[in-house]
Structures are given as C-alpha cells and as structure tokens.
Design a protein around this ligand. Structure first.
Ligand code: ADP
Ligand code: ASP
Ligand code: MG
Length: 408
C-alpha cells in the first residue's frame, strides 16, 4: 500500500466528463489498495474569468479581495470531484486550503506555504476516505484566504506530499510529461523520460509552466518523488524528476529550452557610478515585495551608469512608480523607462558543466537570425537571454534544432 498525492490541473477537470474520468483513475488506484489524496485546480479558464471580472471592477484589484474571489474556482472543483468519487461508491471528503489548514504568509496573490496541518487528512485516509484538497490556496495567520500564485496547485500537491510523507506525487496534466520545450510552440519537441531535479528547477524558474517553480523547490527540499503524467491517457510513465547525479557521457549538453513572456524590463538611465546605487534602486523594490529576476549594470565612461532589471509584467507599473516617486530624484537619475515587449529564452542542461562554447553557440544561432540580445544571464547549467518578444518563437525553434533536441 502506498500513499499517493495526485494533482489534476485545469484542463483535467474542465468538465463533468473529465472529472468522472479523474474519479475512475482514483478508483483504480484505490482498488490496488493505495491511499489517495487528490489536489485539483479550478476548471480551465475559470481563474482567468474570475481575474477579468475583478479587473472590470478595479483595474489593479486589491490583493486580499482578489484572493478571496480567485480561491472560489478551486472550491467548486473539490466539491464536484468528491461527488464524482461518491458516484463510484468511494468514500470522499473535500477540504479548502483553510479547512486543511494550509498556513501561508500574508503575501496575497503569491503567498508561500509555511506549514500544513495533516491531522484531519491522515485520520480520513485511515478511515478509508479519498481526500480532495483545493489547490492554489491557503490561509494566513489572521484567517485571511490567500492564493499561491498562478499555477500554484502544483505547489499544493507537492507540499501535501511532503507533509504527508507520500510515496509519490503525480502531476496529471494535458501533456504526457516534461518535453525538451513547450510542445505547443515546437511540435518536434521530445518527451523526456526523466530529468534531473536541478534542470527541472531551472526550466520552471525560466518559465516552463508545466510545473510551478515552488513545487519543484518543495520536491527538492523534501525529496518528494515527483512525476508528470497525462490525465488523458491511462498508459505511459510520464517524466520522473530524479535526484541522483547522472554520470553519463551520452547525456546531451542541453536538456531543454524554457521561455517566458511574463517579464518586463526596467531601465534607470544616467545614474551616478558610485557605491550604494544598486541598493538604493532595488531596496525600495524589494520592500514592496516585487521579485527581481535579471539585473545588468553597465559602467559608463562619463561617471554615470545604466541600470537594467526585469520584474513580472504585472508589477512593472508598480515598480516604475516606486522608482519615480522615491528613487529618481534622490539618486539623480536622468530617466526611468519600462518595456514589456520583451521575452526571455533559456537553454538548460547539466551537461553544460563539462562542455565549453555553449553560450557562444547560442549567441551565434541567434545572430544568424538577426535576433538582438538585450540582456544575458547565466548559471552553471543555464544561459538566458532577453530579446524582443516578436522573435520569441523563432528563437526557440532555431535553438531547439541547433542543439539537436528534436525527436530522432
Ligand atoms: P495544468 O492546468 O495541468 O496545471 P499547465 O497549463 O499549467 O497545466 O501546464 C501544462 C502546459 O505546460 C502544457 O500544456 C504545455 O503547453 C506547457 N509547457 C511548457 N513547457 C513545457 C515543457 N517543457 N514540457 C511540457 N509542457 C510544457
Ligand atoms: N487555478 C490556478 C491558476 O489558474 C492554479 C492552478 O491552476 O494551478 O493559476
Ligand atoms: Mg499548471
């Protein structure tokens, strides 16, 4: 007997027939003697629908109230899922995040899980129930409903698996595993039967939305056995996230390509080139809990420098007004501008550690297509570039081909 957490994304619960299909799979696992916890997302499109409703009333919605209403999407699917399980004769019980209780911090719309009370779930599992938990949501110390950021149901699934010490966490979605890049953009993309945790972490952090980054972080921290599978197929092993270091000479240099259309670039022009400037620019941004990704600073010959960084598109305006109100006059910067017509493309692979010339090959491929690189950042196993968003598809396709990632 194993304890398995199965997480189903929006397309996997998009209508009653798919929810019944989910219930049939759970019934098969129950029949094998396993204990099952199901985590579900809102029906596909629902979170966007709710978000748009809120924006119709308030263009930049108050985050606490936004979470209050966004969390309802998942509350509908847990009820429906429990009903579908009951219709198959199973004992089932659903819980919202706050009922569980999944305690988070109070960073509305992007809260972090602090702890999970597993008491009721364990009791229910021992009593033979399938437990159904709402993904994407939690509750803060003051009882406010919070949400975990887009794609956050993955994190609920993995965090629950960690808290319950589950034998496996299965992420059921609309693709049959993790591919060399998003198969929607590159049909020649190839499914990986396994991928190292480090590579998955980089791919997720660089924008592959097949797994939310925080879910991968949890899997790494608590060594959760994590597998991505198709909810539309009953066969297939999907992709396993592995923890062991492969020492395989056959290992390709690049394992995958991620891209991200969600970032915006902010440039502070003509700032004095002296100590403390980076802190004075980014300090107020951090205080506002705005995540910063890439950072570039150039050294100018005339004693001034340009400072560029990227944030989520949703937070560009907030970051710009903080800089204009609190920073620009103070440090004497000439100009502050924002550009949300950018995209980031990243190549990822542990094989990069033992190979040289990967970055120059990437830059050559992009140059041959006339694609200008605006920013570059690297880690031991990743090279990321920011380019004009209109070249995103082209860049991903040519890199996928040049690094020989296609189906053989
Ligand atoms: P769910 O609703 O099940 O959480 P998501 O839409 O969040 O599903 O994630 C699955 C999608 O992730 C796929 O449909 C695919 O378009 C996209 N995706 C992006 N990069 C990859 C990748 N490397 N491998 C597989 N899917 C990817
Ligand atoms: N429903 C949420 C979203 O659309 C959470 C999730 O699907 O994981 O982002
Ligand atoms: Mg998702």
């Amino acid at each position: 007997m194993a304890l398995i957490v199965q997480k189903y994304g929006g397309t996997s619960v998009a209508n009653p027939e798919r929810i019944r299909n989910l219930a049939r799979r759970v019934a098969r696992y129950k029949a094998m003697g396993h204990q099952i916890v199901v985590v579900v997302s809102a029906m596909s499109g629902e979170t966007n629908r709710l978000l748009n409703l809120a924006k119709e009333i308030m263009p930049e919605p108050d985050p606490r109230e936004l979470d209050m209403m966004l969390s309802t999407g998942e509350q509908v699917t847990i009820g429906l899922t429990a009903l579908a399980l009951m219709e198959l004769g199973l004992k089932a019980k659903s819980y919202t995040g706050s009922q569980v209780k999944i305690l988070t911090d109070d960073a509305f719309t992007k809260a972090r899980i602090l702890s999970i009370d597993d008491h009721n779930i364990k009791q229910d599992l021992d009593d033979g129930y399938v437990v159904v938990v709402a993904g994407f949501q939690g509750v803060d110390a003051n009882g406010n409903i919070t949400t975990l950021g887009r794609g956050g149901s993955d994190t609920t699934g993995v965090a629950l698996a960690a808290a319950l010490k589950a034998d496996e966490c299965q992420i059921y979605t609309d693709v049959d595993g993790v591919y060399t890049t998003d198969p929607r953009l590159v049909p020649e993309a190839r499914r990986l039967s396994k991928i190292t945790f480090e590579e998955m972490l980089e791919l997720a952090s660089q924008g592959s939305k097949v797994l939310q980054i925080r879910s991968v972080e949890f899997a790494g921290k608590y060594k959760v056995k994590l597998r991505v599978l198709s909810s539309f197929e009953d066969e297939g092993d999907g992709t396993l996230i592995t923890f062991e270091e492969e020492n395989n000479m056959e290992q390709p240099v690049i394992s995958g390509i991620a891209f991200n259309r969600d970032e915006a670039k902010i440039t502070v022009l003509g700032v004095p080139d002296k100590p403390g400037i980076a802190y004075q620019i980014l300090g107020p941004i951090a205080e506002a809990n705005i995540d910063v990704d890439m950072i570039i600073q150039n050294t100018g010959a005339d004693g001034t420098t340009d400072f560029t960084f990227t944030v989520h598109k949703n937070e560009m305006n907030k970051a710009l007004s903080i800089l204009r109100d609190k920073v620009q006059g103070h440090i004497g910067a000439r100009e502050i501008s924002g550009d949300d017509k950018i995209a980031k493309v990243s190549i990822v692979g542990v094989g990069m550690r033992s190979h040289v010339g990967i970055a120059s090959k990437m830059f050559r491929i992009l140059a041959e297509e006339g694609i200008n690189i605006q920013m570059i950042s690297t880690s031991e196993i990743k090279i990321a570039v920011v380019i004009d968003e209109k070249y995103l598809e082209l860049a991903v396709r040519v890199l996928h081909k040049a690094f020989e990632l296609e189906e053989a």
